[in-house]
Write a protein that binds this ligand. Structure first.
Ligand code: CUA
Length: 178
């Protein structure tokens, strides 16, 4: 006959151990979840590594048809505030390529950036402006140009044969602000 004796102490021990294991599994999962959510939030919200978006459009061609993206794409929204509606296409930035975006020093500019074809990387050298231009998505990023000079818009996402020539210009005019 097999021994089926239960030690009362052992039973109690297993019961307590099981409870502890359950709570520690829960705590571990909760910690991982909090860290994961915090990391995603920081990456998306604070660093803007993923485009901060105004809208997602089901049809990737929609942004190109929006009124904001017609004409010069540059709108004054306040005494020294501007909105720039930037369309990336293989291989140019509109506005910026050909005719530079010319604004006075001290301009606070919000760029609304999208793409008319494939992924492009909207980067303005010497600034913190860097976001991905995605078809069907309008991302935005703001920056204050405190120093006069010429800023180059480059494409930092490989987009085909003319990628390295996908360059635009922002010219900030006026005297240096103190
Ligand atoms: Cu556009 Cu690379």
């Amino acid at each position: 006959m097999a021994t089926t004796t239960h030690d009362e102490f052992e039973d109690k021990f297993h019961h307590v151990a099981l409870r502890h294991e359950r709570s520690w599994v829960f705590i571990a999962v909760a910690m991982i979840s909090v860290l994961f959510i915090a990391a995603v939030y920081l990456v998306v919200h604070d660093y803007g590594l993923v485009a901060k978006t105004t809208h997602f459009y089901a049809n990737p061609d929609t942004p190109a048809t929006l009124a904001d993206f017609q004409g010069t794409g540059i709108k004054q929204t306040g005494p020294s505030s501007y909105s720039v509606y930037e369309m990336g296409r293989a291989w140019s930035w509109t506005p910026g390529t050909g005719t530079p975006i010319t604004l006075p020093v001290g301009s606070h500019v919000t760029f609304y950036v999208t793409s008319g074809d494939v992924l492009h990387g909207f980067e303005v050298q010497g600034t913190s402006i860097n976001l991905t231009a995605i078809p069907g998505v309008v991302g935005h990023v703001s920056y204050t140009f405190d120093k006069p000079g010429t800023y180059y818009i480059i494409c930092n996402e490989y987009c085909g044969a003319g990628h390295q020539a996908m360059i635009g210009k922002i010219v900030i005019t006026g005297a240096k602000q103190s």
